[in-house]
Design a protein around this ligand. Structure first.
Ligand SMILES: CC(C)(COP(=O)(O)OP(=O)(O)OC[C@H]1O[C@@H](n2cnc3c(N)ncnc32)[C@H](O)[C@@H]1OP(=O)(O)O)[C@@H](O)C(=O)NCCC(=O)NCCS
Length: 162
């Protein structure tokens, strides 16, 4: 049973551990260096009530997290959010990412946002499949805008109108 709830400060070490695994091993994030505890704390306090951070909990353990962040900072973009979903690497394909994403979609609607954008590295077919299954559609494919692990990477933007 997976429960989704708003993240708390106490969750930050686990959130960071889940994320930093992918920094070191995956092109799903283009970050090269793991985030420090201080950077994670700043990220957390930079999210306001319009931009929630959530965690997935199983048997009292945080096993994934999701967030809605501003798509861009100028005021006119304030009804557009960009989502993130990260599941602990050894617990993939058990429905946790889907539960987190579905919950984020409900929260975005409730908060009055207009649309969610997901920017996904093009070779991350599992992530793209997850988003498409929840109704996101590809609206742009940017060629070789990323570079990690000695390769150029395309980014696909998918969008869900709320
Ligand atoms: C992408 C990610 C969030 C998916 O979460 P997950 O818990 O592993 O996926 P789920 O079990 O919820 O999958 C739900 C559906 O999405 C699709 N899907 C998920 N992973 C898939 C994969 N590797 N290949 C194909 N389809 C996949 C399937 O339709 C799946 O349903 P099914 O298992 O019944 O076929 C997770 O793999 C992850 O954290 N990846 C690294 C970080 C990342 O890429 N995040 C997204 C960027 S915002």
């Amino acid at each position: 049973m997976t429960e989704i709830r708003p993240a708390a400060v106490e969750d930050l070490p686990t959130i960071n551990a889940i994320y930093n695994h992918y920094v070191e091993h995956s092109t799903c994030t283009y970050q090269y260096q793991p985030s420090s505890a201080a950077e994670r704390a700043a990220w957390f306090s930079g999210h306001d009530e319009h931009h929630p951070i959530t965690v997935a909990v199983r048997a009292h353990e945080v096993v994934g997290w999701g967030s809605l962040g501003p798509f861009r900072t100028r005021e006119g973009y304030r009804y557009t959010v960009e989502n993130s979903v990260y599941v602990r690497h050894d617990l993939q394909r058990q429905g946790i990412g889907q539960a987190l994403l579905r919950d984020l979609i409900v929260r975005a609607r409730t908060l009055g946002h207009r649309t969610i954008v997901a920017g996904i590295s093009a070779e991350q077919t599992g992530s793209i499949a997850l988003h498409e299954r929840e109704g996101f559609r590809e609206v742009a494919h940017l060629k070789e805008v990323g570079f990690k692990f000695e390769q150029w990477l395309d980014v696909v933007f998918l969008q869900l109108m709320l």
